[in-house]
Design a protein around this ligand. Structure first.
Ligand SMILES: *[C@@H]1O[C@H](CO)[C@@H](O)[C@H](O)[C@H]1NC(C)=O
Ligand SMILES: *[C@@H]1O[C@H](CO)[C@@H](O)[C@H](O)[C@H]1NC(C)=O
Ligand SMILES: *[C@@H]1O[C@H](CO)[C@@H](O)[C@H](O)[C@H]1NC(C)=O
Ligand SMILES: *[C@@H]1O[C@H](CO)[C@@H](O)[C@H](O)[C@H]1NC(C)=O
Ligand SMILES: *[C@@H]1O[C@H](CO)[C@@H](O)[C@H](O)[C@H]1NC(C)=O
Ligand SMILES: *[C@@H]1O[C@H](CO)[C@@H](O)[C@H](O)[C@H]1NC(C)=O
Ligand SMILES: *[C@@H]1O[C@H](CO)[C@@H](O)[C@H](O)[C@H]1NC(C)=O
Ligand SMILES: *[C@@H]1O[C@H](CO)[C@@H](O)[C@H](O)[C@H]1NC(C)=O
Length: 831
């Protein structure tokens, strides 16, 4: 900035001359009076060092013309700002010019109509110039005043937030205070303001909000000096990636010194706030973080005085000293009524105390009072003395982790989330002495007990009946998910299309053998074509299931809700005449294993495709583990369960048959090990313990298979009795990993990516589940722009190092499940 100003002052006449001579079409960075920018297909402004370009564009799929700013160096046109987002130019005669007094005017030349203009300045500018700066800001200023902007595009955000931009309140030159917010596009092709917006609410302790219309959709919360209350994970990830400057009424996104990564925050018209990074290697944008991603992200899902736990089921719980206001709804997983105090406070007598709830996203601070100059101890005293105080917390966390400053709530505590893994902040809740003891009162616990009995007992009976039936019927009957119907309380509106049996018969040519795609664990799969030419895959379930039609539908509805780009999409089902069928989208390229392990077909997957597939599988898995409404462990992730569409995009299949995780558990134990040999984690095979980390193990195996083109089981190094994992591990230690790359990949691959994948793969297959990364850190590692692979931790020896010992152990456990590699089961299992 300073340098630029110096240059501008000293070489001012020169620059003016240059700007005039070079004119607009060859990429000057400024617009002067009488030098308009026309929509002639060639004219645009380019910022000083060539980072941003301003010109006319059409969104993909639209013919309307807009004036916008986009990244000049990124091949996928990515617009960060739009002047006339509400009023497109409908002809090709757009003309952006600046008047002599500094007003920018966009005219539709074909109709001579003014489409858009900036407000006029008073006093008017004398020698105005409009310039596109290197941070993407388009400014109007006095020629001789490089730093005083009369107008800037950064005051009028569209859906994108990039370094240098600011959210919150800003005082304009005129003295008017404006509220700077981002707003999503109306649709993918229409940049007009959509329903979702993101900005700063300055009431109480100022907080960032994602709004749907005027209603809060997700609360990012306030800044505590180190992180946004609702985004504790970004503190850890920041490390130079994301840097904010927070002042009372504004949040500025600082350019990062450490990282050259190109990042932007976007409010997408789907209602998500995304942090997106440009991956030069992929030549694509990659979403590395987004919200809302779980139930806890919707504001007030657990009502007043309740809190939300993202990875538990049920997600809602009452704060210590509180109990559900409406126990019936509460047990039906509707927490919106929240919780009420068990024992009233006894403020006058001074016997009240505080309960520390750690790891929280602090309650909504819109009506809280903040005093940054108090210590935490003073805050406590203040809260004790003031009878309307309900809770307090520190307003400022220093880098050492200690808190200072004071937030006091005198209202109900709403929208609290309790995080796991040491994230989040301490909240001190004022309670009567009786409630401070950790035992809940007997009355309350009895009532709770009774409700639990009333709700759980019938379910348990149904469940046991199902179990008994299935055991009796056939050991290998596959249909699952008898219970967990209770999840659906509010889901009734999501109706799954029911297909007619005759439609399916027509589509599959009456289940002709020619249309048979294969035989899955649950029955044959047919290819079909609907009347509207949509291709489908029909899974005809073997007649094993005795489930009622309603239950079947219920379940399928549950599965249908899992929608993600990298999961095979369930289109509907068909229940008729004793038939039960699931209708999926058709995947033109079949399963990954058929291509990957085929000597000839393997060459279809060059390294770029493989990397893309790995990323896709990781994203799908992330969705199952963390982002869907239900936490789902796949348990049988393997190459044959990854299907490829026309464009070789991977989609995980058979996830609906996986176990849906319930209760408090983050891992569970099963008596019957199911899965596929070679992909199963050691603790799962040996002890039957499975968790998200056993899926990570399978993912690791899959990644290593992608790199080497070898099946984990098929390669045995006879002398050493090593399996593929062991072999890769040895080669890794000797620094010879690149020798293992699949011949089918050829010579053109990024060594860094291959090594990165091998390293991540090895991290995922480590012996101890604790050592293995979560799938979200896998994604971060895969997508991180720090090119230095040494930042990824060194893997330890993989589980199942030697094929001999693994075979021995697992065979002892459940020989049946290991009988054929292709075989895969999923069992009947409730919670
Ligand atoms: C526009 O769409 C085409 C085809 O769908 C795609 O190839 C292209 O990358 C898209 N361009 C942008 C800017 O998104
Ligand atoms: C563009 O607009 C300016 C100012 O409104 C006008 O002077 C100029 O003639 C226009 N140019 C064209 C090609 O329409
Ligand atoms: C600036 O110029 C525009 C167009 O020429 C005019 O409408 C506006 O009134 C002027 N503003 C001032 C303050 O002179
Ligand atoms: C980045 O650099 C600027 C100036 O060079 C400095 O003021 C700022 O503190 C630096 N920020 C970080 C996070 O290092
Ligand atoms: C204060 O304590 C006394 C004795 O414990 C009790 O009788 C009285 O009700 C309390 N006062 C209030 C306002 O709760
Ligand atoms: C914050 O607390 C200090 C010390 O008690 C007091 O002097 C100051 O007025 C308070 N500030 C506000 C804004 O209440
Ligand atoms: C108690 O705290 C609330 C909220 O901070 C404040 O509005 C109220 O004035 C305080 N009351 C007293 C007596 O200090
Ligand atoms: C937060 O605490 C740190 C360390 O105690 C201090 O340097 C900083 O000024 C505080 N920030 C605010 C906004 O009070």
């Amino acid at each position: 900035m300073r340098l630029r100003s110096f240059a501008a002052v000293v070489f001012f006449p020169l620059l003016l001359l240059a700007a005039t001579l070079v004119a607009i079409c060859s990429g000057a960075d400024r617009l002067a009076p009488d030098l308009p920018l026309l929509d002639d297909g060639a004219s645009s402004l380019v910022s000083d060092s060539g980072r941003f370009r301003l010109g006319f564009f059409s969104p993909n799929g639209s013919v309307n013309r807009y004036v916008g700013v986009w990244y000049a160096e990124i091949p996928v046109q990515t617009v960060v700002w739009i002047a006339n987002r509400e009023q497109p130019v409908t002809s090709r005669f757009g003309n952006l010019s600046m008047t002599r007094n500094g007003t920018l005017v966009l005219v539709d030349g074909s109709a001579s109509a003014v489409i858009w203009s900036t407000a006029s300045f008073s006093p008017a500018l004398v020698n105005p110039v409009a310039q596109l700066l290197d941070d993407g800001n388009f400014v109007v200023r006095e020629e001789a005043e490089p730093d005083g902007f009369a107008w800037q595009s950064f005051d009028f955000l569209t859906d994108t937030f990039i370094p240098g931009m600011m959210l919150g309140q800003r005082k304009l030159r005129t003295g008017r205070i404006i509220d700077i917010k981002m707003a999503s596009w109306a649709s993918d092709i229409d940049p007009a303001p959509g329903r979702y917006s993101f900005g700063l609410d300055v009431q109480g302790d100022p907080q960032l909000f994602l709004w749907y219309g005027t209603r809060p959709h997700w609360r990012a919360g306030s800044w505590n000096g180190r992180w946004l209350s609702g985004v504790p994970e970004v503190k850890d990830r920041s490390d130079g990636l994301v840097d904010f400057d927070v002042e009372p009424n504004q949040v500025t996104y600082l350019p990062s010194n450490k990282s050259t990564a190109i990042l932007r925050w976007v409010v997408h018209n789907s209602g998500h706030l995304q942090l997106v990074v440009w991956l030069e290697t992929q030549r694509a944008w990659n979403v590395i973080w987004y919200v809302p991603k779980d139930l806890c992200d919707s504001v007030s899902s657990c009502g007043p005085n309740g809190y939300c736990r993202p990875s538990s089921s049920p997600v809602c719980a009452c704060l210590q000293g509180f109990h559900p206001k409406n126990p019936r709804n509460w047990e039906l997983l509707d927490g919106s009524d929240g919780c009420v105090r068990t024992t009233t406070l006894d403020c006058q007598n001074g016997t009240d105390g505080f309960w520390l709830q750690s790891g929280t996203k602090l309650p909504d601070t819109a009506r809280a009072t903040v005093n940054a100059s108090l210590s935490l101890e003073q805050c406590k005293e203040l809260c004790l003395k003031n009878c309307s105080c309900r809770a307090y917390a520190a307003s400022n966390i220093s880098s050492s982790g200690s808190g200072s400053g004071c937030i006091i709530w005198a209202t109900d505590l709403t929208d609290i989330t309790v995080y796991q893994g040491g994230l989040g902040q301490d909240l001190y809740v004022k309670l009567a002495a009786a409630d401070l003891a950790s035992e809940p009162s007997p009355n309350h616990s009895l009532r709770k007990y009774m409700v639990v009995m009333l709700v759980i007992l019938p379910l348990a009976i149904i469940f046991l009946a199902c179990v008994a039936y299935f055991i009796w019927r056939k050991k290998r009957s596959k249909f699952i998910l008898c219970v967990h119907i209770s999840e659906n309380a509010e889901e009734k509106n999501l109706e799954l299309p029911l297909f007619d049996l005759s439609t399916i018969r027509d589509a599959t040519d009456n289940f002709s053998i020619d249309n048979k795609l294969g035989e899955g664990g649950f029955g044959p799969v047919y290819k079909g074509k609907l009347e509207d030419d949509r291709e489908i895959a029909v899974k005809r379930l073997s007649n094993a299931s005795t489930q009622g039609a309603a239950e079947f539908k219920n379940e399928v509805t549950l599965i249908a809700k899992l929608q993600h780009r990298n999961l095979v999409r369930l289109l509907g089902c068909c229940i008729q005449g004793g038939e039960r069928m699931l209708i999926y989208e058709y995947m033109a390229n079949g399963s990954l294993d058929a291509i990957l392990f085929d000597e000839h077909q393997g060459a279809l997957l060059d390294w770029t495709k493989r990397y893309k597939i790995i990323l896709g599988i990781a994203r799908g898995l992330l969705y199952l583990h963390h982002d869907s409404r239900l936490r789902i462990i796949h348990r049988d992730l393997k190459a044959s369960n990854v299907l490829l569409d026309k464009e070789m995009n991977p989609k995980i299949s058979d996830f609906g048959m996986a176990r849906i995780f319930g209760g408090e558990e983050s891992e569970a134990n099963t008596k019957r090990v199911v899965g596929t040999y070679g992909y199963m984690a050691p603790e799962y095979v040996m002890d039957g313990i499975f968790s998200v980390k056993s899926d990570v193990y399978s993912f690791g195996v899959l990644v290593l298979e992608m790199v080497t083109g070898q099946k984990n089981r098929s390669l045995s190094h006879t002398k050493l009795q090593l399996n593929l994992l062991g072999h890769i591990w040895m080669m890794w230690k000797q620094g010879k990993c690149l020798d293992l790359v699949d011949k089918n990949v050829g010579r053109s691959f990024s060594e860094d990516e291959v090594l990165r994948c091998a390293k991540i793969g090895l991290l995922c297959v480590q012996e101890s589940p604790i050592d293995r990364p979560t799938i979200s850190s896998v994604l971060t590692m895969l997508g991180s722009m720090e090119d230095d692979i040494s930042l990824i931790p060194e893997p330890k020896q993989p589980g199942f190092f030697s094929s001999a010992d693994s075979y021995g152990n697992s065979a002892m456990r459940d020989p049946h499940s290991l009988a054929t590699e292709r075989e895969s089961f999923t069992e009947l299992e409730g919670r």
